[in-house]
Design a binder for this molecule. Structure first.
Ligand code: FES
Ligand SMILES: [Fe+2]
Length: 354
């Protein structure tokens, strides 16, 4: 259950630096590689000769060469050559629209005619000297919507991340959820509390005392299909919190791109863009390491939750006030899915009556 006429993060340029990458996205097996002129291409991972995965091949002079019998594939999905064969009658395979932006490769798994690069959201933090970015990727065996629930309800930090970003005040201060068009925003502001260990590290990273009371904020923003950007930070208490001067706070955006692999598995591109001390590469590394550990803690919970849901499909779940962010985000996804299905069935019935 995922929208297909939209852009998803597929991989990073680093992932295809050494050769083609096979990756299933929204149920479609794809191969990503750099073709002619260094341009990124995405094709079905299926050789038209005997169905071997093209991702087991290699790239030669911009052509993807099948690793089984040497068929040479072009970026548009048309066979260009094969040793000892005439290839003119070979069936074309599917190619997917791709874009390279913000340090990621984005793919449009749906109707290629609708792909519009302008629909990739804009992010201030990329290639901006005021910001630094570090991140990574996890493969998670759960429905991507469970991850949306997780990121839109940070009360779990108190329990799952008790040693790094969790603290009891998260439970004590209620969050507020609002819907603005296609965005869902869940926010929580905590005042005059002590910073937990991860935020102590961030304060030190901005040359600030880490043992004084702080104001802390979490503003989670879901946008379709499955991006969750979370403004997070702490400021020395009483200076305006979120609006405190830049040299008195540690302000970041947790970047989460969730890309479905199948109905019950996903690629989780996580990272943190920070707007303090951006030149400090060692700080980027220690934040990445800390964040990687924190997100690693979610994995077992989500994967075991998914297994429970598969084992007991008849069980109904509760929707509490803390779940509002996830519930509202799912409503937006459901509406987009209904729109895609309506267009799909309209064109199917037009075809049938033609
Ligand atoms: S299966 Fe690819 S060339 Fe034969
Ligand atoms: Fe978490």
């Amino acid at each position: 259950m995922f929208p297909k006429n939209t852009w998803y993060v597929a991989c990073t340029p680093h992932d295809i630096a050494a050769g083609p990458l096979g990756r299933q996205i929204c149920g479609e097996r794809m191969v990503f590689y750099r073709g002619e002129g260094g341009r990124v291409a995405a094709l079905e991972d299926f050789c038209p000769h005997r169905g071997a995965p093209l991702s087991l091949g290699f790239v030669r002079e911009g052509r993807l060469v099948c690793g089984y019998h040497g068929l040479e594939m072009g970026c548009e999905g048309k066979t260009i050559a094969m040793p000892g064969q005439r290839v003119r009658g070979f069936p074309a395979i599917r190619s997917y629209p791709v874009q390279e932006r913000y340090g990621f490769i984005w793919v449009w798994p749906g109707d290629a005619a609708q792909a519009d690069a302008a629909k990739i959201p804009h992010f201030d933090w990329h290639d901006n000297p005021e910001w630094a970015y570090g991140g990574g990727m996890y493969h998670v065996k759960c429905d991507y919507r469970l991850m949306i629930d997780n990121l839109m309800d940070l009360t779990h930090e108190t329990y799952v991340h008790s040693a790094s970003i969790g603290q009891k005040e998260i439970d004590e201060v209620p969050c507020k959820t609002t819907v603005e068009g296609d965005s869902v925003i869940t926010s929580r502001f905590m005042e005059n509390i002590m910073a937990p260990p991860f935020w102590q590290l961030a304060l030190r990273g901005n040359n600030l005392a880490d043992d004084v009371p702080v104001d802390r904020w979490q503003i989670c923003r879901f946008t379709p299909p499955s991006h969750v950007m979370i403004e997070v930070g702490v400021a020395h208490a009483g200076l305006g919190g979120y609006d405190a001067p830049a040299d008195r706070k540690a302000y970041s955006v947790v970047v989460d791109f969730l890309t479905p692999e199948t109905e019950t598995s996903m690629w989780y591109f996580w990272g943190m863009a920070r707007k303090f001390n951006p030149q400090d590469l060692a700080l980027t590394d220690s934040i990445r390491e800390g964040q990687g550990k924190i997100f690693g803690e979610d994995l077992e919970m989500l994967q075991r939750q998914q297994q429970n849901l598969l084992d007991y499909p008849e069980r109904s779940l509760l929707k509490l006030n803390i779940d509002a962010g996830g519930v509202q985000s799912r409503k937006i996804i459901d509406r987009i899915l209904a729109e895609e299905n309506a267009v799909h069935s309209l064109s199917a019935s037009a075809l049938a009556s033609a």
